[in-house]
Ligand binder design. Sequence first.
Ligand code: SF4
Length: 492
Amino acid sequence: MQPHTQQFPKLAAQALANPQVQAALAGLKTGFDQARQHAIGEITPEDWEHLRDRAREIKRHTLEHLDSYLALLAENVRRNGGSVHFAKDAQEATATVLEIAHRNGVKLVVKGKSMVSEEMALNRVLESAGVETVETDLGEYIIQLAGETPFHIVAPAIHKSKEEVAALFQRKLGALERADIPSLTRTARETLRQKFLQADMGISGVNFAVAETGTVCIVTNEGNGRMSTSLPRIHVAVMGMEKVVPALEDLGVFYRLLPRAATGQRATSYFTLVSGPRRAADEDGPEQFHLVILDNGRGRLLADPDLREALYCIRCAACLNICPVYRKVGGHAYGWVYPGPIGAVVTPVMVGLPKARDLPFASTLCGACRDVCPLKIDIPRMLLTLRHRVAEGPPAQRKASWYEGLGFRLWGRVMASEQAMARARRVALFVQRPFARGGHIRRLHLPPLSRWTRKRDLPALPERSFHEIWEKDLRTSPPVVPLSQRARGTGE
Ligand code: SF4
């Protein structure tokens, strides 16, 4: 997928002006986040904290020995009769999938939900090579028919109303325009059922991959993951290399965290474990199983001690649902596959900081993302690290304009001198007089401050400074002698 990350300010402004997007986003807090809190409330805080700490420890350990665990995973997948393909970037991964499709004369692919396949722009590549590719997760299917990208990691079509979906189904599928959810679901199910039966290849994502057994684990609610992986004669699973966990018992930890944090469920409707292609005694299952393991910038995250923690993410989207910025601008504003707070960390590393320099600033740093994250990922710390890199980077990468730089240099000089500060205050008081009303400047037509006041009120400078109030009204003890005028002591 081509990043549009440089357009964040423009796309965010469009989302803010779109009432339907705002209505959909308003439901995130009452929907997903309340369900999350309720599901977590069912277990004791001690148990929840224990699970979070245990999951962090598993991730820390696995990433420290990632090469060994990936090698073990590959060895066991091959032992189970599957094939493993390592890909350094999205192009290599897509070429691998395309080659498997061509080699096997594949005409139709059904796909389960996979954010990694979005990174690869897999649908577009397969379609342009003449392979019909159909998303089978309902939200993803809607998005595919609409020609859009996912709006949310867990609920890709959350920004669409049921009326919009009904009109889309009528336009694209010739369905009756009925906007009740059971009818819409039935239409999608009837269409997709035929595709499942005709498909030659199923492509799925991977939530976790168990090194010791060579098993991939897929967590879904619609059953489409299970049908995509078992009905077609070829199953291709695509995963980011950080999805490996050492042992089967580790799944117990992550599976108690993921549904609760993502959708507020104790358990999802389906929990599918795939250990290779069908065996002689199996009733069904694919004849071939391929596992594509993708780097695509994850190696850079791994090598970066300040940002490595981002690889702990299990894509539950709890940080999106709580983030005050995501809840106003939505997923498309971020311009690439991963939106929200975690997207603002991983996207700059994966697509390059110069292309995504606005994203680390798309945060109030309130810390809510860290608090809700089941892995306790310190997203605000990493956002600050990236902001620092933007500020310290080459001029083309810096976010501040020349006048901001000049402004801050002047500000530094003024702040360093009491007389300069007093003079600057008098000038500012005079300049603000025509604009200040009731203690606030509501609109300033003076660039660059006009951008600030377009969406916010700027507090006006008070007529009396704290220094003056202190000197005239509050101070009871002898005047404080400025440090520079005090006699130098002996160092004792
Ligand atoms: S950073 Fe944490 S809260 Fe956000 S998606 Fe990843 S695991 Fe979930």
